[in-house]
Design a protein around this ligand. Structure first.
Ligand code: AMP
Length: 440
């Protein structure tokens, strides 16, 4: 047996409904905020991902790179933004519209140490709003993130927000940070020693406890913001308040990806024992990526959520609905003739829009019945010798156990009635349970 690739996972047929549920919620929220889906290839030429200016750990160490047969360097995308921007530029989307609001639901690939909630292939739901630098747009993306989390029924999720300022503010801040950190150089973790030269801001969100201790007293980006950046941050907050969004300013927040400037934010759950996985998503504004990839000088803001983490949080908080039983009819037949007759019935019912299944092998009545019950079929269609002879079928409601034999023309109508009754019965039972609960 050959196992799955390390750090990957299978979504099995009895679990896929969870993914479909999450995807449906994504489609609903993006529709509400008027974002349209974009689908880009899973691989890009490495230059799209490994740009000259890129400094972050993620992109340098953690990607799947290969040379294709045409001797081109290709990288499996580790995040969605670079590919979306490559597509925005290549397709000249800026010429179609001054603002593009796009979202994606796609697999990402990062060669990192797999652990719970951290995979080498994982799914992200991300959105990008490209073409405008407006504090209202920042607030819109953050509001949508918050609304999305609420629509999933997750509670105790906070939006943490910070400004790392424009390029000038960042440069000044970086200098101050290097000055502060240099005396601690020998005490920093191996990765942070490297970051001190390449991307000191990243040391602020190091997971190493010694690093965390050292950065506690480090200068904060907020104290180095230019007047424009300060004003921008304040304006974003004003709009967030207009959207009625609950947020917390976190002065130490920076994001792992290196292209951010001005606003950065994270969506954090507060589930005990969840640790770093509490970061469900994060994003920020980026100002140079579009021009770096050959497009016009234009600004954008985006966010990405880890979908495995969202599902884990939903399960943990018990807000994931159960799979709906959708098998309307199971056809049970005896013998070869009956199977052909049963197939015609099955085909007719499917064409009317019902979900119908049948036993494919030759099995006893008992075995077929057991299977139908296991699959939670609502109605059984039973075809025996008599039914074939008389052009009828026997219909059994699995919940009420009511059984009738009807003529061929009446099959659909009878089943439809039984399914309707089941709906009512379900509601009656629910009401009855609610009344019982009210009395308790
Ligand atoms: P990032 O693109 O690093 O800002 O990550 C955005 C979100 O994607 C994170 O908050 C996580 O929820 C998720 N994520 C990042 N890396 C992984 C991974 N290796 N496995 C699963 N989820 C991930």
């Amino acid at each position: 047996m050959i196992n799955k690739v390390k750090g990957t996972y299978d979504v099995l047929p009895n679990e896929s409904y969870k993914w479909q549920y999450l995807e449906q919620k994504i489609r609903e929220i993006t529709k509400k905020y008027n974002f349209k889906e974009i689908r880009t290839p899973i691989m890009e030429y490495s230059g799209v991902i490994h740009r000259e200016t890129e400094l972050s750990d993620m992109v340098t160490k953690e990607t799947y790179n290969f040379i294709d047969k045409g001797n081109r360097e290709v990288t499996l995308r580790p995040e969605g933004t670079a590919g979306v921007i490559r597509s925005y530029v290549e397709n000249k989307l800026y010429a179609q519209n001054d603002l593009i609001k796009a979202y994606y639901i796609e697999a990402m690939f990062r060669y990192e140490r797999p652990q719970k909630g951290r995979y080498r292939q994982f799914m992200q739901f991300g959105i990008e709003a490209i073409g405008s630098k407006s504090p209202l747009l920042d607030a819109e993306v953050i509001a949508m993130s918050s609304d999305f989390i609420s629509s999933l029924g997750l509670k105790n999720v906070v939006i943490e927000l910070n400004s790392i300022g424009d390029v000038d503010s960042r440069m000044k801040y970086q200098e101050a940070l290097i000055n502060y950190l240099t005396p601690f150089k020998e005490e920093l973790s191996f990765d942070s020693k490297e970051r001190l030269i390449k991307n000191p801001l990243r040391i602020l969100d190091s997971k190493d406890s010694k690093d965390q201790e050292i950065v506690k007293n480090a200068p904060k980006p907020i104290d180095y913001l230019s007047d424009e950046s300060k004003k921008y941050f304040e304006d974003v907050i004003k709009y967030l308040e207009a959207f009625n969004i609950v947020y917390q300013v976190n002065n130490t927040l920076v994001r792992g990806l290196d292209y951010y400037s001005e606003i950065v934010f994270e969506v954090k759950a507060q589930i005990e024992g969840f640790g770093a996985q509490n970061v469900l998503g994060g994003g920020g504004r980026y100002e140079n990526l579009v021009s770096e990839l050959g497009g016009p000088k234009t600004s954008a803001i985006g966010v990405a959520f880890g979908m495995e983490r969202l599902l884990l949080a939903l399960e943990y908080e018990n807000v994931l609905p159960n799979e709906e039983d959708n098998l309307d009819v199971f056809v049970i037949t005896f013998g070869e003739n009956e199977k052909i007759y049963g197939t015609k019935i099955l085909n007719g019912l499917r064409n009317k829009g019902l979900t119908v299944d049948i036993e494919f092998d030759n099995k006893s009545f008992k075995a077929q019945l057991k299977k139908a019950i296991n699959k939670n079929a609502k109605v059984l269609v039973i075809v025996g010798e008599d039914e074939v002879k008389n052009n009828t079928v026997t219909i059994k409601n699995t919940k009420t156990e009511k059984q009738v034999t009807v003529e061929n023309q009446k099959i659909y109508e009878t089943i439809k009635n039984e399914l309707e009754n089941l709906k009512w019965e379900h509601i009656i039972i629910m009401n009855w349970q609610l009344k019982m609960l009210a009395k308790m």
